[in-house]
Ligand binder design. Sequence first.
Ligand code: FAD
Length: 430
Amino acid sequence: MREGVELKNLTTFKCGGPARYYDEPASAEETAADLKFAAENGLDVFVLGGGANCLISDKGFDGLVIKIGKGMASYELTENADGTATVRAGAGLPLIAFATRTAQAGYTGTEFATGIPGTLGGGVFMNAGAYGGEMRDIITSVTYIDAKGEIREVSGDDLDFGYRRSFFAKLAVEGKTFVILSVTALVHKGDPAEITARIEEYRGKRTSSQPLDMPSAGSTFKRPEGYFAGKLIDDAGLRGFALEGSAARVSPKHCGFIVNEGGKASAQDVYDLIVKVSDTVFEKSGVRLEPEVRLVGAFEGRLPVINICSFGFKYGVPEGSNLVFDVRSLKNPYWEPELKFLSGLDEPVRDYLAGFEKTGILIANDVDEIEDLHDEFRKAGKDELYVAVGCTGGHHRSVYCATRIASELRARGYQVTLTHKDIIKDACDE
Ligand SMILES: Cc1cc2nc3c(=O)[nH]c(=O)nc-3n(C[C@H](O)[C@H](O)[C@H](O)COP(=O)(O)OP(=O)(O)OC[C@H]3O[C@@H](n4cnc5c(N)ncnc54)[C@H](O)[C@@H]3O)c2cc1C
């Protein structure tokens, strides 16, 4: 365990501040010890793979960064009698090494990943993909360790892969701490000449269309349904755009990439450009761009700030709220004896509420409404937006939903504050 470790050179954006605590475990046991240390010291945890899809704030990460890399980079390919092979590999193995070794062994299925930077664990988390292939096509099961140090396995449909989405990305949104340890994939025997030809074709496409000579995190934004982010950015007149005095620029070669010219941009410069691009694209096309890049730590300057407050209706709606969401239609954990005296910050309550599809739908709708109002307030030059999320007593449902809404909005690049007005009132009072 080290303190004050600079993270800048551990990311492909080449910017950002230090980790308060940092460790590179080389086994599940060492990872469990890191998680225990974080729990005992009340530290937030961020798991860093190859840093190819994250923007770490200039203030750094005020918690423990667990870097999964070289120490957990095993690779083993077992040939099966039916012409397939099972590959078991450590989460810290570079995705390119995993894909290339498998292809070189004469198996097809990983060619799409031979040019995707980062680790195997990061690739699973993001369901990385390119040229029609995705991690979901080959991954059969994943082993991870949870916050309590228990080792678990997820397989098949439970991996819940979607576009840049997975079971693990969902766990992260729910505020869970976990570390992916290893991955199992199934690949098929292929024609070596065809495999090589495909890899060459993809390499050629990448080299000709992407600014691979500059620091970036690949595509900055997710592909909005029915559109291409790069095309929307280009159509908005932002090809090659940079804010004055900033070294963060929309790549002239590929508008979907933001590049850090000469490695001179700060993380805040990149963040400011992300905000500028998404606001401009929304104004020009009405389409919202959502960062694909994971934003880590605190960023500043995007106004209005969204202040979210959970509350209990029985104690009154917070004064001055611009939007009030009522989450009392969700099933109340208060009536479950083992959850009654817990709050929406506790894992059993979070698991209970996350288990209902309705919860996710309600949160998604609330987030959309907040984004619309944020846009109105921004145009009107307002600095603050107040959102209140209420349930009966302000202990369970409102606390959980407000926390999820805040985390979703932060991931989309908004500045958010979060308070729980009535959480310390007596739970028996519900
Ligand atoms: C030049 C360039 C080209 C790119 N091209 C593509 C492309 O074609 N397709 C594509 O999909 N992406 C692309 N990317 C983005 C990036 O390569 C992928 O998203 C990659 O999968 C990120 O992996 P990583 O290990 O670097 O993850 P990181 O950036 O380190 O982390 C990303 C997320 O995964 C989580 N995570 C990482 N490892 C673990 C673990 N072991 N356990 C738990 N959580 C973990 C992190 O907490 C974080 O939330 C590109 C990036 C660059 C720089």
